[in-house]
Design a protein around this ligand. Structure first.
Ligand code: AP5
Length: 212
């Protein structure tokens, strides 16, 4: 199974992609998570990406394409993968075609539909675990104990790019640069639109149904 998640910031890509990957025992490849790891490691990629990310803009295509090419070359991605956050521009989508497009199994592209009004509210109350990457929401998916991860007890954090101005910028980048990616896949008939509003379990069910 080769799946791409497309959706605005806060639409639930990470939440749903992690679950789908666990269910199908294939890697969840999140370019946002990979960049945040690079920043935490203090690598050159991290140093380049950090100011761009906190401003809510997109990291340059050539850097992202190298990252994804190297990641998809690893053995665990041979039997399938869930891409979360890539491709985000038509240039990235065209390059991805060159990397995996000639395989026997076609890419399936899921677009999560969530209106902009819902996004800012979701993101304001998001917290994530800096150790394991688990995603919480203080109202919709709260941790069992105040502000600590259910899995490893680490203190939960808000992301530095989750400020309101950065979220508005990320939404603008989504509409301007990533919506054309949805159109690119629609023209190939690979796109499936999924309503991303409602309880997490219900959205997951819709995703599973759209993959049948
Ligand atoms: P990335 O990490 O990919 O961020 P994003 O696309 O902005 O998406 P988010 O992680 O904010 O949201 P999500 O859709 O995963 O939602 P989540 O499941 O957390 O990218 C960050 C940055 O990295 C980019 O801005 C860019 O700078 C850079 N970057 C990454 N990839 C790049 C690329 N390919 N090219 C260039 N630059 C790149 O859910 C959000 C909240 O809602 C959570 O609190 C969750 O609990 C809650 N929630 C989830 N589902 C529901 C539901 N059904 N109902 C209510 N609440 C829900």
């Amino acid at each position: 199974m080769k799946v791409i998640f497309i959706g605005p910031p806060g639409s639930g890509k990470g939440t749903q992609a992690k679950r789908l990957a666990a269910e199908h025992a294939i890697p969840h490849i999140s370019t946002g998570d990979m960049l945040r790891e690079a920043i935490a490691d203090g690598s050159d990629v991290g140093k380049k990406a950090a100011p761009i990310m906190s401003a809510g803009a997109l990291v340059p295509d050539d850097l992202m394409i190298d990252i994804i090419r190297n990641r998809l070359a690893k053995a665990d991605a041979r039997k399938g993968f869930i891409l979360d956050g890539f491709p985000r521009t038509v240039v990235q989508a065209e390059k991805l075609d060159g990397i995996v497009g000639n395989g026997t199994e076609k890419l399936r592209v899921l677009q999560l539909l969530v209106p902009d009004e819902a996004i800012v509210k979701r993101i304001a109350l998001r917290r994530s675990c800096p150790q394991c990457g688990a995603i919480y929401h203080l109202e919709n998916q709260p941790p069992a104990n105040d502000n600590v991860c259910d899995r490893d007890g680490a203190e939960l954090m808000a992301r530095p790019d989750d400020t309101e101005p950065a979220v508005r910028k990320r939404l603008e980048a989504f509409h301007r640069q990533t919506m054309p990616v949805a159109a690119f896949y629609k023209s190939k008939s690979w796109l499936r639109e999924v309503d991303g509003v409602g309880p997490v379990d219900q959205v997951f069910e819709r995703i599973e149904q759209s993959l049948v």
